[in-house]
Design a protein around this ligand. Structure first.
Ligand SMILES: Nc1ncnc2c1ncn2[C@@H]1O[C@H](COP(=O)(O)OP(=O)(O)OP(=O)(O)O)[C@@H](O)[C@H]1O
Ligand SMILES: [Mg+2]
Length: 387
């Protein structure tokens, strides 16, 4: 759901946003009081408004009633430090769905939002939530970008996919799929963040294939510096509500931006080559993920450029790094196929159809989409169908 939260208290805003984002809602936070409700309802048309800082005076309910009357598709949930029976009754009469204490206990907030979501019209509650996959190389040149780009291509055969290049300074993901420069980049979207909605996001991407959009990295390092973690967070959150898959190509630097993305990703994909230095780095990375409290089930490492002639194979690597067999993928080394694709500036599946690596990428895409649902009915699906 698209949820607008309003509170005079920044700590409350932050906590609530965290609870709701974790449950895949699109959250917009506004600092202030109930008087902001009508303007926000008009501008954002959220599915739900969560309004904090209501005292128990029924006279406070005037802006609430204005919103519930004018925007019947927007549900309202109030947070109120003290609740008198009279206030509760008046709130219900004003069209409020639920009243919770303030600050709202996270579990109670999540449950109330869930109850409200269950009663929304079908189109809203059924809105598809895309899978976010974050790719990161365990060492430079591991193939993280190459795999993210080519898996995106394979997934886009039956899903809508957005690939976001988060190597802000030296991003090159687009070059693996497409020749030519992007008309706009992540830096342009970040700069105009107030315009962010699904159509602005789609318009800022390069349409590499009907269902594959790429949001390219900024063209120069100065623009890259203007991109902040908050910008990227908002972009990825919106993208996940509109695309089936959002693939993030992270660089080697684990800065606050990258950590924010790893927090969001359902699939964390560290990519390593079969050599000792890479395995050591991967070990550090996995230990860090453990310390950050990420469940192991989100980790899906890839051993790239596996060659049967190598001493180190997947079995050896797994012995050192652990995780269940089904969490790992081994991708074959295919220098000629890869070079031909890079030289042609096109996806591997197009330049080396039927090769071992192209088959592996197709199988990977297939494994990610059991019971592939061709039509999630979202805004972008309609857009893609028209395209
Ligand atoms: N399976 C593969 N077989 C053969 N070559 C590969 C394979 N995967 C990647 N490569 C080669 O490795 C090179 C580096 O890959 P890539 O740019 O994806 O690295 P990376 O992990 O993103 O590193 P960084 O972002 O630090 O530069 C590619 O240009 C490609 O030539
Ligand atoms: Mg890279």
């Amino acid at each position: 759901m698209k949820i607008a939260i309003i509170s005079p208290n920044t700590a409350h805003l932050h906590e609530m946003a965290h609870v709701l984002q974790e449950r895949s809602h699109q959250v917009l936070s506004f600092e202030g009081g109930k008087t902001r409700m009508p303007a926000i309802a008009e501008q954002e048309r959220p599915d739900l408004m969560v309004v904090d800082g209501m005292c128990c005076d029924p006279a406070d309910l005037a802006p609430v009633e204005a919103v519930t009357t004018r925007y019947p598709r927007t549900a309202v949930l109030l947070l109120c430090a003290q609740q008198t029976p009279e206030f509760l009754l008046q709130s219900m009469r004003a069209g409020v769905r639920e009243v919770l204490p303030s600050p709202a206990p996270p579990q109670a907030l999540a449950e109330a939002v869930q109850r409200i979501a269950a009663k929304l019209p079908d189109g809203v509650q059924e809105r598809a939530h895309g899978q976010v996959m974050a790719f990161l190389p365990c060492k430079g040149g591991s193939g993280a970008t190459f795999l993210a780009a080519n898996l995106a291509w394979a997934l886009a055969r039956s899903h809508s996919v957005l690939l976001i290049d988060l190597n802000l300074q030296f991003g090159d993901a687009l070059a693996y799929l497409h020749e030519g420069k992007p008309a706009s980049t992540l830096a342009d979207v970040a700069r105009d963040l107030h315009r962010l909605d699904a159509s602005f996001l789609a318009a800022s991407t390069v349409k590499v294939a009907p269902r594959l959009h790429v949001l390219a990295a900024p063209e120069d390092a100065i623009h890259a510096m203007e991109v902040e973690p908050g910008h990227v967070n908002a972009i990825v959150q919106l993208a996940a509500a509109h695309y089936d898959f959002v693939l993030l190509d992270l660089g080697r630097v684990l800065d606050p931006l990258a950590l924010g993305m790893l927090d969001k990703a359902q699939y964390i994909v560290p990519v390593l080559l079969p050599n000792l230095a890479a395995v050591r780095n991967a070990q550090k990375l996995l230990r860090m993920f453990h310390d950050l409290g990420y469940p192991e089930s989100r980790l899906h490492p890839v051993l790239n450029r596996v060659d049967r002639r190598h001493d180190i194979g997947l079995a050896e690597v797994r012995k050192t790094l652990g995780l269940a067999q089904q969490q790992w993928r081994a991708v074959p080394d295919a220098p000629q196929e890869v070079q031909a694709a890079i030289n042609a500036g096109m996806p591997l599946a197009e330049s080396a159809r039927g090769g071992a690596l192209a088959r592996e990428l197709a199988a990977w895409a297939e494994a990610l989409s059991p019971g592939a649902n061709e039509d999630s009915g979202g805004f972008l699906h309609r857009l893609f169908r028209r395209a």
